[in-house]
Design a protein around this ligand. Structure first.
Ligand code: AMP
Ligand code: MG
Length: 437
């Protein structure tokens, strides 16, 4: 069959499946034993743990009451009938526990340590909120409660020796809460990635400059800076470079001195001005630059000296899509983690779609539940790789695998939310990383 000139996928060589390219680049980019910094809990949010952290404390530290009510010794109850016990004392959260005399019930509030001897708590609702003002007043305890009811065991949340953080794990707000709950004030984290970011193209201008004929504003660098920041990187903004190999080479050389990663956009396809790819070929190394994905086929993965370089496509929607599916996973590898697999869920596709074989297509979709609670995906009406509006409209993407050539309304597809790709440090890993299982 003749290849059509407008099929931009028709030219030159084999297209590499994205997963293969990422796995191989992941091996090349792998950083092990990056030294950690110790940070206070307030600075730990979204950082990656550099070491495994195990608890030396139990949480809660002592058995305590889960409710407001009356603590008793289960053995004092009459099986199958109401038991009436005199009350003795009062236990609130923070009080030092006093032993419970035989045959008594103790007024107890939520969080109070169970008095030694007590093992079971009747909640106020089950004993009809008796007048508790008078110490010694009797309380009627109905039958039916199990031993240990409404009592929280010491260590039921966290036991001594339990894992609080795995190496490489992204630290979330509840993780910080768990560290605090065992009394830790600081945690060892991996250093943030330093990413040098620039755009390429003679036609690219910064907002604030006047646009000449044929020129466009730089949307990529601004969108990518935000994505990098959300990913936890420290961004060094190197501006816009013209399509000039010498200037590019100088910029790459300078950036490679301080950055852990160089991220560019534009200049990676097969055109005359596609200098990022050519300079890397000449002065560094190109691992891949033709991937079997749409949008985003021209994506250069390589290095300049020892510094990894990810050359994203120039088309703005392709640049952002490829950031999510290619750059972000590799960022995690460079940080010292392993290659994450994005979380996806099945959704009903409310659209028809045709695609070419042998490449994954990321269809930008908006997902919402229907009246039955079933998630349904709509696709953005315009598919071009330059249409950044598709990304702001979409909530995420549906990945259509290589061998799937068409979609009819009502079929199912695998959906990934853009926001979920950022939590990838907590999710399953392609290569059996630390959080598998
Ligand atoms: P390229 O990959 O350099 O061939 O660029 C592909 C398309 O994306 C061209 O239309 C460029 O003008 C456009 N483009 C490249 N870089 C940017 C950028 N930083 N911001 C907006 N559009 C861009
Ligand atoms: Mg260009």
């Amino acid at each position: 069959m003749a290849q059509l000139r407008d099929d931009c996928f028709a030219f030159g060589g084999r297209l590499i499946p994205l997963d293969d390219a990422l796995s191989q680049a992941g091996l090349q980019f792998r950083r092990e034993n990056r030294p950690g910094d110790s940070v206070g809990l307030y600075d730990a949010l979204d950082r990656l743990a550099s070491h495994k952290v195990e608890s030396t404390e139990a949480v809660p530290p002592h058995p305590n009451s889960a409710v407001d009510g009356y603590a008793v010794r289960f053995a004092d109850l009459h099986p199958g009938e109401v038991t009436t016990l005199p009350t003795d004392g009062y236990a609130a959260a923070g009080d030092r526990p006093e032993p419970l005399p035989l045959g008594h019930a103790r007024r107890i509030l939520t969080g109070a340590v169970l008095p030694p001897g007590a093992d079971t708590v009747f909640m106020d609702e089950d004993v009809g909120f008796p007048d508790t003002a008078a110490n010694g007043a009797a309380v009627e305890l109905p039958p039916g409660l199990k031993v240990g009811a409404n009592a929280r065991a010491a260590g039921e949340d966290i036991g001594v020796g339990d894992t609080l953080l795995q190496p490489g794990q992204r630290i979330g707000p509840a993780d910080i809460g768990r560290l605090a709950s065992v009394g830790l004030q600081s945690v060892a984290v991996l250093p943030r990635l330093r990413v040098a970011l620039f755009s390429t193209g003679n036609e690219i201008r910064d907002p604030g400059q006047a646009l000449g004929p044929g020129q466009v504003y730089d949307s990529n660098r601004h969108a990518l800076a935000g994505l990098l920041e959300r990913a936890g990187a420290v961004v060094s903004d190197l501006g816009i470079l013209p399509d000039d190999p010498d200037r590019l080479e100088t910029a790459l050389f300078t950036a490679s001195g301080t950055a852990d990663l160089i991220l560019t956009s534009g200049g990676v396809s097969a055109g005359d001005h596609d200098i990022v790819r050519r300079v890397l070929e000449r002065r560094g190394e190109i691992l891949f630059w033709r991937l079997a994905v749409k949008p985003g086929r021209p994506l250069a993965l390589g290095r300049f000296g020892d510094t990894p370089v990810i050359g994203l496509p120039g088309n703005p929607a392709a640049a952002v899509m490829m950031f999510h599916v290619a750059a972000l996973p590799l960022l995690r590898v460079l940080e010292g983690g392993s290659l994450p697999r994005p979380l996806s869920v099945p959704v009903v596709l409310d659209f028809a779609h045709r695609k070419k074989p042998e490449r994954i297509e990321y269809v930008r979709v908006r997902v919402a539940p229907d009246a039955q609670g079933q998630l349904r995906a709509e696709k953005f009406p315009r598919e071009g790789a330059g249409i950044l509006s598709s990304i702001t409209w979409a909530t995420g993407y549906v990945a259509l695998e290589s061998d799937r050539l068409s979609v009819e309304p009502g079929e199912t597809g695998q959906y990934t939310a853009f926001d979920w790709t950022f939590s990838a440090g907590r999710l399953k890993h392609l290569d059996g990383g630390p959080h598998d299982g």
